[in-house]
Design a protein around this ligand. Structure first.
Ligand code: VAH
Length: 316
């Protein structure tokens, strides 16, 4: 059985749906500090959990006979800079609780990392798996801690710890929150609403990105990969890279020539400036055959508008 923490977030909503389809509804237990309102979750087990409450997590692990934990609860980069104390507690203490329980009950543990684990002294183009990691955001620092602790527990206790460094994730069905890459989701909603968008990143700030379905498929593939095929515990994954201007041009080509974008960079620009432009994920492609399908701005724009328009029609 799988326990998914933070299951009401951008990734959790999609991952839990896919996992329930594949492993059976009863075998995937959702949990979050928030209460679900979504129908997707009402069809399966859900427990309210605060990741800072180790005893409550332990009770659920034992009661449900959990053998895999997918730990998605985290405060992302932008919100982390606003509320560093909460980010530290959730991302460090929360992870520490889950890690210790995974060791105690011999569970497989997956926890996402991020390109935000890199920093200004990291080579920014085609950043490899193994390189300088000196992030300058609280979020990045907590994720480096997570990676290193997971690797340590793997080395020392044989814990089956796995992590992927995600780029920015673009989704139509669930909304991101508190991240620096969120603009690349917001822009689509704004295009539909007002045919214009004010970007909080500069026009030429290129960042690594991925469509949600590729992220979910890759994550499940990685969690299921035989241990012996994994040469390392943490892998970069990447699908495409673009700037706000390039995304806006894609929208103008496929959606409306009159779509207008303005740039009004805020504190998130300083975060993005410390991150890579592209990630080298050749080792993930080699070891467990990672193969994202949406690799161009044109295909991303196409699928996002298809999904968002279908949602609009369904809600009429
Ligand atoms: C953020 N979307 O912007 C997250 C992410 C790749 C960055 O971890 O904070």
């Amino acid at each position: 059985k799988v326990l998914v923490t933070g299951c009401l977030g951008q990734l959790g909503m999609a991952l839990i749906k896919k996992m329930r389809e594949k492993y059976g509804v009863e075998n995937v237990i959702g949990s979050d500090i928030k209460v679900p309102t979504d129908e997707v979750l009402s069809d399966g087990p859900f427990v309210p959990l605060n990741v800072l409450d180790k005893e409550a997590i332990e009770n659920e692990i034992v009661r449900n006979k959990v053998d895999v934990v997918v730990h998605l609860s985290a405060i992302l980069s932008a919100l982390g800079e606003k509320k560093p104390d909460i980010a530290l507690r959730v991302n460090v203490s929360g992870f520490q609780n889950v890690l210790e329980l995974a060791r105690k009950y011999n569970l497989k543990l997956f926890c996402p990392s991020t390109m935000g684990a890199f920093g200004p002294s990291t080579p920014r183009v085609n950043t490899p798996d193994l390189t300088v990691m000196r992030p300058t955001t609280i979020y990045g620092i907590t994720k480096v801690h997570m990676e290193l602790m997971g690797e340590y527990y793997n080395e020392k206790y044989g814990l089956d710890f796995r992590s992927l460094r995600y780029p920015g994730i673009i989704s139509a069905d669930s909304a991101p929150g508190g991240g620096t890459t969120d603009y690349a989701v917001d822009i689509f909603h704004s295009a539909l609403k007002s045919n214009s968008f004010v970007s909080f990143l500069n026009k030429d700030t290129s960042l690594p990105m991925m469509y949600l379905d590729d992220c979910i498929d890759g994550t499940m593939q990685f969690i299921e990969a035989p241990n012996k095929s994994l040469k390392q515990r943490v892998y970069n994954i990447h699908a495409l890279t673009f700037s706000p201007q390039e995304l806006a041009e894609g929208i103008q080509e496929q959606w409306s020539k009159d779509f207008k974008i303005h740039y009004n960079p805020d504190y998130r620009q300083a975060i993005a400036d410390t991150w890579p432009i592209s990630l080298d994920d050749s080792i993930a492609r080699r070891d467990w055959k990672f193969d994202p399908k949406i690799n161009t701005v044109a295909s991303l724009v196409k699928i996002m508008f298809e999904k968002l328009q279908a949602q609009r029609i369904a809600s009429l």
